[in-house]
Design a binder for this molecule. Structure first.
Ligand SMILES: Nc1ncnc2c1ncn2[C@@H]1O[C@H](COP(=O)(O)OP(=O)(O)OP(=O)(O)O)[C@@H](O)[C@H]1O
Ligand SMILES: [Mg+2]
Length: 593
């Protein structure tokens, strides 16, 4: 094996020969949990390695680590890659110390144990690790990975993967760095296209850094891909500060009308305390918002249901009611209805389309057909009056005058603005949950519709913070419309280049259909183990690795992706950058100039 260990010199981190470990056992552990939505079970298959006791090894393995367990195959030597989730220093003497041993003898035992760590053969380290589902071979000094469910053999030697090997295992070439791999000196680089194309989830208890991570990811994604458009539904008023540097090519929409004075708007926004403490000048936010206002970048969302909801269907109904009356001219009405249907069906425009969204040419077509029909009707018939009225309504509705003012935009207009304008970042501040839901339902409905029917190709990423407010598990009553819209975005969005990033502190409250559409996700500490069980189950992720998230601190995440990492579905612990650093830098430099 000498040649092989030489070959693995860069692939393994032997810790100066201190790491000496072998496979001692393979176990299965099942956990079950009775939650409100029924019992959930999670099974873990894991390996126990026994390593020679060494303090350096013990400390190193407390950090996230991958180990490779030797496994000869018919085609040559290879290694099974495992991820460590627990280390335990063991002492032979301790196995005999129980409560039944008299206190004095226990004391003597413990003295001996305490003195002999590492110094005697009675000490060792038990390492528990779960399979990643990958096999590694070493080809001319480089690690090669492929999927494999082979089981290693008892007694096989194990090695800790080096930084270089972990990088080869997980990182995409020239990828986007989303954080540093915990315990190693490498960044985690992922495929940004795949990351957004298959939707992103961010799960963690309040205060773990969800908004901070979201803003940081968005900044990086937008910088990487200038064609990406982002729309954030911001219920807490956090993002104008978190993405202050990106609003110079963005827009801020608010469901509240703050008028000309931006000071109250500024007060409604959250400035993280940690950022505030670093800034001398507290007036920068008002200054920034004033600048945006002057450039026409601050707009009001108008949620009132206007009467402008005449759809094609409505026109068809007017005509069919005339046809059904069987009075003079009904044949002409039938013919007109057929013509209109044929025209719009051949263009693939569905009947629920609002007239406002038709092209000028199509509106003219309808009016032309109705005017023709008018000529064929009896002068005094009620049908003639109906048609005249319809023509008048359609003409006013679709005339320029009917366009809403440019500062008051309906959710449908916001969708159109996002797809057809130049601006790349939209932040929609909607503090009232009912209004936010109504906005999301109408905005998403129109966004998908415009993309489907009109073929807008822009890549759009929709961000839903506090997603349980929009797509809860029990989506009745006021939640129904927004929940359906979010599900539609997650299910069909990919086809039309509309993607979602959703974050929540209560995974178990989220619509499970929605949850299962997310292919990349970040997990931090969650308040309840039930939430972790839901994640383990929804994504068939190992529960023992997920358990480790309860030890994470602010800014640390477990990241898993089916698509964006080099190998699929390998959980990796990362430390994210602090988004406030970028915001601070922006404010400092823009004040200086
Ligand atoms: N990557 C990070 N590095 C350093 N500090 C961070 C990081 N992420 C977040 N923080 C700190 O943690 C605090 C909470 O972050 P954030 O507001 O993003 O949490 P949250 O999960 O969105 O909370 P909530 O659920 O209340 O919205 C912030 O004040 C920030 O200073
Ligand atoms: Mg937040």
């Amino acid at each position: 094996m000498a040649a092989e260990s030489e070959e693995g010199a860069d692939v393994f981190d032997s810790m100066d020969g201190r790491f000496q470990a072998r496979l001692k056992g393979l176990r299965t552990m099942t956990k079950s949990f009775a939650g409100t939505a029924g019992p959930i079970e999670a099974t873990t298959n894991y390996a126990i390695l026994e390593a020679k006791f060494d303090l350096k090894v013990l400390d190193r393995l407390h950090e996230p680590s991958f180990v490779a367990i030797e496994r000869s195959t018919a085609s040559g030597p290879s290694y099974m890659v495992y991820e460590v989730f627990n280390v335990a220093p063991m002492h032979f003497q301790m196995l005999g110390v129980s409560a039944s041993v008299p206190q004095q003898i226990r004391e003597e035992f413990l003295d001996r144990v305490s003195e002999s760590w590492g110094g005697s053969d009675e000490t060792w380290i038990d390492i528990s690790a779960v399979p990643t589902g990958y096999k590694m071979a070493i080809d001319r000094g480089r690690p090669q990975f492929e999927r494999s469910r082979l089981i290693p053999l008892y007694g096989s030697r194990a090695h800790v993967l080096s930084d270089m090997a972990v990088k080869e295992f997980l990182c995409v070439k020239d990828g986007l760095k989303i954080g540093d791999v915990s315990g190693l000196k490498i960044g985690l680089e992922v495929d940004p296209e795949a990351l957004i194309r298959y939707h992103i989830g961010i799960f963690g208890f309040t205060g773990v850094g969800k908004s901070n991570l979201t803003a940081n990811l968005l900044r990086k994604l937008m910088e990487r891909d200038p064609s990406l458009r982002v729309c954030i539904i911001d219920v807490s008023g956090e993002y104008p500060v978190h993405l202050a540097d990106k609003l110079s090519f963005g827009r801020l929409y608010s469901t509240e009308d703050y008028g000309e004075d931006v000071r109250i708007l500024a007060q409604s926004q959250v400035v993280p305390e940690t950022l505030e403490a670093r800034l001398n000048d507290q007036g920068w936010l008002v200054g920034m918002l004033q600048g945006l206002k002057a450039q026409g970048r601050i707009k009001v969302v108008d949620l009132s249901e206007t009467m402008t909801t005449w759809t094609l269907q409505k026109v068809y109904e007017v005509l069919s009611s005339i046809a059904e009356d069987k009075k003079t001219g009904y044949l002409a009405a039938e013919h007109c209805l057929d013509e209109l249907r044929k025209h719009f069906m051949s263009k693939g425009i569905p009947r629920r389309t609002e007239l406002l969204n038709l092209s000028r040419e199509d509106v003219e077509f309808i009016i032309g057909q109705l005017n023709d029909l008018k000529g064929k009707m009896h002068e005094k018939s009620g049908a003639l009056k109906d048609i005249e009225e319809a023509v008048e309504i359609i003409t006013t509705l679709t005339s320029e005058k009917a366009e809403p003012s440019t500062d008051h935009r309906r959710p449908e207009d916001v969708a159109k603005d996002l797809l057809s304008g130049e601006d790349r970042l939209f932040i929609v501040y909607a503090p009232d949950p009912d209004e936010a839901r109504s906005f999301v339902a109408r905005f998403l409905g129109r966004l998908l519709y415009l993309k489907k029917v009109y073929g807008y190709r822009q890549k759009v990423l929709v961000v839903l913070d506090e997603a349980q407010e929009f797509a809860p598990g029990d989506a009745r009553g006021p939640y129904e419309d927004s929940s359906k819209a979010v599900e539609a975005l997650l299910r069909q969005g990919r086809k039309y280049r509309a993607f979602a990033l959703i974050s929540t502190q209560r995974v178990a409250r989220l619509n499970t259909n929605a949850l299962q559409q997310l292919h990349s996700y970040f997990v931090s500490t969650l308040p309840r183990s039930y939430d972790r069980m839901v994640i383990a189950e929804s994504f068939s992720l190992d529960y023992s690795v997920l358990e480790k998230t309860s030890q994470l601190s602010t800014g640390e995440w477990l990241f898993v992706s089916y698509k964006a990492t080099r190998q699929k579905n390998v959980p990796v612990f990362i430390r994210a950058e602090n988004n406030e650093d970028a915001v601070y830098e922006f404010i400092r430099t823009s004040n200086a100039t």
